[in-house]
Design a protein around this ligand. Structure first.
Ligand code: GCB
Length: 600
């Protein structure tokens, strides 16, 4: 038994080692793909029996082997083909009643045929997101692992693919952990599973893996960036064409496959009023990769946010990646149309995609609709600040978020964290994230949703030391909901800041159960929430350095932290829209405010 186990461990090590390659491919919407969405076979495995042997060591004969008893004398205690099915993409919680609260491992299996093309092509398997930890196996071999529930990843599978009956197995585990990002406690539903698209991506032997095509910081007519090739033929001529702007630019990649881009041209700039997107072609040999890219310049000056050198006021709303009417994780373009359509109806020009990177349909559609996006990683509340592995994990999620969306004109703010308590280890941690962000993308603004402090009872103070490293100060406040103040107290509150920087109130809100009515001091009534926003918005308008607001939150969302029977029923009720899609009274208060609000 012991020798068997040692061999097994060595074998597993080699399997992982052989397939360590993991380089993120971007712009998958415009590539040649084969979808692996649809029904997948699943095995629920709360004890991780398909992963560990009875001594709790990783087993070489796990469920990824997809074994079937060859004859009735053989003992095999699982069978994917005779098991239940779940739809991918999609969380498991909303698909089966028994999985609504489930946190643990589920094994997914999908079989498929693959016809290799004449031309020698390479194939990658791409996952939009798996929450939270994924182990991936193809045809019985481990091809990689990924941690983090909201960002994409891919692995090359060219040499493992066969023409018939490939089997792709994923162990998805959404157990929360103290050293996770996010950590144990959040205020949203921990939806598990293969929550976003799964695709095979087919590419040439040498292909455009990634591009960075943006206006240079501060410029309205200089595009600067790079093209990154992947493959054997790294040094090549590359063309970047923008037909509508008459751009035909040539560059050459170096021995590492990296080619610089520097283009001067006159462009119609992207803005919420005119979200102009250009067709951009990157051509390498026979390979043409198209994208739709908007160009704009985003900066700050003193208390102002400047878009294309003009003052910008952010009229926003926070959004969770959940379709309340289904009580499920959002994943499709149709879901994005619903959520962003509601934001447009509210009069928004900005959305805060909380509290983790949302699926790419959201940022693609925001590009088309002219909605400025605040995008963030789930560094939320009580992260283990002194644990280097946690920092590495957060950096990886940050890198994947930026890598995927760095050519989206709508995305203007990268946010590092939400409501994190002051301490030196926390400052060091978040400063490292700020530095990493500036290295990855020098053009966008950096923020974080900070907490307020009071300098006296009626003065709110923005003095978080992290503010020194941010471009935009974010701040969450619930004066009149949490704490001992009433909404009316807002009338006599003033705000001050240590920093000569713009402020965005990244959250403010109050719970209301749709259809519950009463006096405006009765908690959970629509009248309370309506009155709350009336006083809040009047107060916020008086802050001289305020340049944006995103109330919490667009729609009611599921949360295990909200048990109050008959009112909450495990839903956070701070939505301006109910889980059935009804607009609450406060919706119209915010809508009216946005219609009238202007910079003085
Ligand atoms: C917050 C959090 C958000 C919560 C919200 C609430 O400050 O950032 O995730 O859901 O408050 O409803 O308490």
């Amino acid at each position: 038994m012991k020798i068997e186990m040692k061999i097994a461990t060595l074998f597993l090590f080699l399997q992982t080692f052989v397939s360590a390659q993991n380089t993120l491919i971007t712009n998958t919407d415009n590539r040649s793909t084969q979808s692996l969405n649809g029904k997948w076979k699943i095995i629920v495995d709360p004890y991780e029996n398909g992963f560990y042997n009875y001594r709790y060591e990783e087993s070489a004969a796990g469920y990824f082997k997809n074994e079937k008893a060859a004859d009735p004398s053989q003992l095999v205690e699982y069978n994917f083909d005779a098991s239940d099915e779940l739809y991918v993409p999609g969380d498991w919680n909303s698909q089966m009643e028994m999985l609504k609260w489930y946190e643990g491992t589920i094994w997914y299996k999908r079989s498929f045929d693959y016809k290799k093309s004449e031309k020698q092509k390479r194939v990658f398997v791409y996952f939009g997101a798996v929450n939270y930890k994924a182990h991936i196996y193809l045809n019985g071999k481990k091809i990689g692992e990924h941690t983090g529930g909201f960002t994409p990843f891919n692995f090359e599978i060219t040499d493992l693919l066969v023409e018939k009956d490939n089997y792709l197995v994923v162990k998805a585990d959404n157990k929360r952990s103290k050293d996770g990002v996010p950590t144990l406690n959040t205020d949203w539903w921990n939806y598990g599973g293969l929550t976003r698209d799964v695709q095979l991506i087919e590419v040439e032997n040498t292909f455009v893996q990634d591009t960075y095509i943006q206006l240079k910081k501060g410029s309205l007519n200089e595009i600067s960036g790079w093209v990154q090739l992947n493959g054997a033929n790294k040094s090549q001529k590359i063309k970047v064409c923008i037909p509508d702007a008459k751009v035909d630019f040539e560059t050459t990649s170096d021995a590492l496959g990296l080619a610089p881009i520097a283009i001067k041209t006159k462009l119609i700039l992207w803005s919420p009023e005119n979200p102009k997107l250009y067709k951009v072609l990157v051509i390498v040999g026979n390979d043409t990769l198209e994208d739709q890219i908007g160009f704009r310049c985003i900066e700050t000056k003193g208390h102002d946010i400047l878009l294309n050198k003009k003052q910008l006021l952010l009229k926003g709303i926070c959004i969770h990646e959940e379709v309340p009417t289904r009580g499920a994780r959002a994943y499709s373009m149709e879901d994005a149309r619903l959520l962003l359509g509601w934001a447009k109806e509210l009069g928004c020009n900005y959305v805060r995609l909380a509290h983790y990177p949302h699926n790419e349909n959201m940022t693609r559609l925001a590009d088309q609709l002219g909605l400025v996006v605040w995008s963030e990683i789930p560094v939320y509340w009580t992260i283990e600040w002194s644990n280097p592995l946690v920092l590495e994990n957060a950096k990886k999620q940050l890198t994947e978020m930026i890598t995927r969306d760095k050519n989206k004109a709508s995305v203007m703010i990268w946010s590092m964290a939400n409501e994190t308590p002051l301490s030196m280890p926390r400052l060091t941690f978040l400063k490292a994230l700020v530095d990493a962000t500036r290295q990855l993308d020098s053009t966008r603004l950096i923020s974080a949703a900070l907490e307020i402090h009071t300098s006296d009872k009626n003065t709110m103070m923005i003095d978080d030391p992290l503010g020194a490293y941010l471009d935009v100060l974010g701040c969450n406040e619930y004066i009149g909901w949490y704490g001992d103040k009433t909404p009316q107290a807002c009338d006599s509150i003033s705000w001050t800041t240590k920093y000569n920087k713009p402020l965005v109130i990244s959250e403010t809100g109050a719970d209301a159960a749709f259809g519950m009515h009463g006096a405006n001091n009765v908690r959970f009534t629509e009248e309370y929430q309506e009155n709350y926003f009336k006083h809040q918005l009047a107060m916020l308008q008086r802050i001289p350095f305020l340049r944006g607001v995103s109330p919490w939150v667009l729609a009611d969302f599921r949360s295990p932290r909200r048990p109050l029977p008959s009112i909450q029923n495990f839903w956070n009720r701070k939505g301006l829209i109910s889980e059935h899609g009804d607009r609450k009274k406060a919706f119209y208060v915010v809508q009216k405010f946005y219609a009238d609000w202007q910079l003085k």
